[in-house]
Design a protein around this ligand. Sequence first.
Ligand SMILES: Cc1ncc(COP(=O)(O)O)c(C=O)c1O
Length: 413
Amino acid sequence: MLDRETKNTPAPLDALVTERLKAQEETGVYRRLRAIPEGHVDFASNDYLGLIQSGALEAAFRAHPLHAHPHHVHSGAGGSRLISGELPEAASFERELAEFHGGESALIFSSGYDANLALITALGQLGGVQMIYDEKIHASMRDGFRLARCRSAHFRHNSLRDLEAHLERSEKIPLVFVESTYSMDGDCAPLPEIQALVLRFGGSLIIDEAHSTGISGEMGCGRTSELLGNGGIGAAIHTWGKAFGSQGAVVCCSSPLRELMVNFGRSFIYTTGISRLHLSGARVAYRVIQQAEEARRALAQTISTWNREVAAALSGASSEVQAIEFSQNESPIQYIRVRSEAVSSGEERRTLLKGVAEHLLQDTLYVVPIFHPTVSHTEEMIRISLHAFNSEDEVKRVLNGVQEGVRQEKNET
Ligand SMILES: Cc1ncc(COP(=O)(O)O)c(C=O)c1O
């Protein structure tokens, strides 16, 4: 692969790879890795409560007794959990997690992606179910449906009427998949209403809490726990890579469903078990999150500042503002999109978004534009993650910067 002799005469594989990458570059949405530049204000990460940024997690982890046994903490699991990688402390932690988030049982994964794949591939073993998902559901769930090779259908985003129509047509037990807060649109699913519908049709609701856990619910337990008493909740997925500032995930569900995942969840069976390092990191993160009321209040303040400043910008209604759609979500996930009537092509939309993002970057405000296929063509956006640590002044700078950026781009074209 790295044979120096042949460096100047590309192997057939290299030629194909280069050709494919060139074609991708021509679409204008080539993906490149980059770290948040030093000194920039973070408006992109999912560290919503600032547990990473403030050093709160780091400090708590260093004070954790497990850290006194670095040899144990730093070693990996040594195998998949079914073969040799089952850590004795995982099962007790799972019991604590089931209690905290609500649910009979819980199963830990190395990532939310693995958790969703395992859950859906396990559910795919059941012949008598019909999977129905919100059209804005995360790629990890979609990949689960593909891997499970099961029939699935989607309903219009957050549309109770469309969901009901699907439920009426379903001849099997319906399993409905939603996110409590959507990762790109930042809006919330009407969970109680969806639950009531699912119950009416004898189905189960699967809730991905990735962007709510740690932020919503008592002590950050998520939005699902409030629904549990009414029934119809099949599983909730809580990921630790976002507000928790860590890595890994847990699925809270019934004991039989946990067993089903252990037996059939492909991304549970065919991967090394979570390491002690991540497990102990997650334990610490739970302790920090449960006491993070001040950070949750600060985040709520940033969200209300954003919504207030957007409302003020909209009432000013400059021509720049009219070209742009600003979200006003009650969550840390906001966006700016270009209205279809403001551009004549997808290329123009992408150029405008890139230009605006670049303008913000020059003012040390770190944001990232999101393009197709992560979102649909017309929904391409600059995703703005709000944090407990973003000041009012920084939020205002983002909103002013967007308007200046649009003005500049429009003048240049
Ligand atoms: C809604 C949702 N579910 C699941 C995941 C996957 O979680 P993880 O990053 O832990 O793999 C993500 C991450 O982007 C997400 O946004």
